[in-house]
Design a protein around this ligand. Structure first.
Ligand code: PMP
Length: 361
């Protein structure tokens, strides 16, 4: 990997090297067109093929049922915090929210501007260290249930698909989509900013059921209306063509890697290797999330002081291990190891952790 470092950034995050190489090779003339994807009309046949490859690639990988649409939007996952309630929560209606971290809390705050929000689970008081393990009680009249399958800042992940007993399930899967197989049919709407596991920033992938699309009120603002995107092949206006192109390449790469079952195994192995180093450090490194709620994507831990956390990050960066500083709201260390992050990089971090503990014990 010439000149490449191990980049532990939470997103935008590492992309597969072969994806970058293909994008480089096709930069000046994309498959004989004499122009790059960035320069071609989104209405051209060449781009229609790119869009189709991105869509069909994701559909195959995630085994998305035919009755669901896959859409490519802009505005990040943050826009979805508003778009979901704007489309599905009327002022006299109620939705259930599960809050296991900072992103879920932000999503709920936006929904409150539209209607009634019932927080049926929150781990905020105990510092966002857990995902619910015991049975949840859903409101029978809830329009939908919203949860965040992986909280990127705290490193807290659900280990299962949620069943809300018939209430439509809406999931922010920004930081663990494509990291393992999921049962899409259990969800009514999944959204994910692309910049962690799917591609570059600037595209948000939406997977939405036909039933959910049918519920959108007719008077919705056009650019905030999922139906408009569904009816116009994600192009009611100019989409992020370059981002969608990279998604098509990432989908191809994932297929070559053996698909999501294979990614799931690799991701479990990478995370287990890192958590073992934390657990075997005699308390030198302290994990943030409870063991049963640990994320396989964002591994969060801290040392005994802020000074040591700082020194750890600075020295690691000098060794080519970058992006380890925890989110500014939480501090500590965060190692984000999405699909494209190689096992060798995790090994390099563990070697560094052991050496650092010896030198600064
Ligand atoms: N949800 C989750 C789980 C995230 O990790 C992030 C970003 N890190 C967001 C939402 C917000 O994403 P964006 O910056 O694309 O709006």
């Amino acid at each position: 990997m010439t000149g490449r470092i191990y980049n532990f950034s939470a997103g935008p995050a590492m992309l597969p090297v072969s994806v970058l190489e293909t994008a480089r090779d096709e930069m000046f003339s994309f498959r004989g067109t004499g122009m790059s994807v960035m320069e071609m009309s989104h209405r051209s046949n060449a781009f229609a093929e790119v869009l189709d490859q991105a869509e069909s690639g994701l559909r195959r990988l995630l085994v998305v049922p035919d009755s669901y649409k896959i859409l490519f939007l802009q505005g990040g996952a943050s826009l979805q915090f508003s778009m979901v309630p704007l489309n599905f929560l009327g002022s006299n209606e109620s939705a259930d929210y599960i809050i296991t971290g900072a992103w879920g809390k932000k999503a709920a705050a936006e929904a409150e501007k539209c209607g009634d929000v019932q927080v049926i689970y929150s781990s905020e008081e105990t510092g966002f260290k857990t995902a619910p393990i015991s049975e949840l009680i859903f409101s029978s009249h809830a329009k939908y249930l919203h949860f965040t399958s992986n909280e990127t800042i705290e490193g807290v992940e659900f280990s299962r698909d949620l069943d809300a007993g018939g209430i439509p399930v809406v999931c922010d899967a920004s930081s663990n989509i494509l990291s393992k197989p999921i049962d899409v049919s259990k969800y009514s709407l999944i959204y994910a900013g692309a910049q962690k596991n799917i591609g570059p920033s600037g595209v948000t992938v939406i997977i939405i059921s036909g039933e959910m699309l049918d519920q959108i009120p007719r008077e919705q603002h056009r650019m905030l209306d999922y139906r408009q995107f569904a009816e116009h092949d994600s192009m009611p206006n100019t989409p992020n063509t370059w981002g969608i192109y990279l998604i098509s390449l990432v989908a191809e790469w994932l297929t070559e890697q053996g698909g999501l079952t294979s990614m799931g195994v690799k991701n479990r192995q990478k995370a287990a290797y890192l958590y073992k180093a934390i657990d075997n450090s005699d308390g030198y490194y302290r994990g943030h999330a409870n063991v049963d709620s640990r994320s396989r994507m964002n591994i969060t831990f801290r040392l005994s002081s802020v000074e040591l956390d700082d020194r750890f990050c600075s020295e690691a960066a000098m060794e080519g291990l970058d992006g380890l500083r925890g989110h500014r709201s939480l501090g500590g260390i965060r190692a984000s190891i999405y699909n494209a992050f190689p096992f060798e990089g995790v090994k390099a971090l563990v070697d560094f952790m052991e050496d650092f503990a010896r030198r600064n014990g």
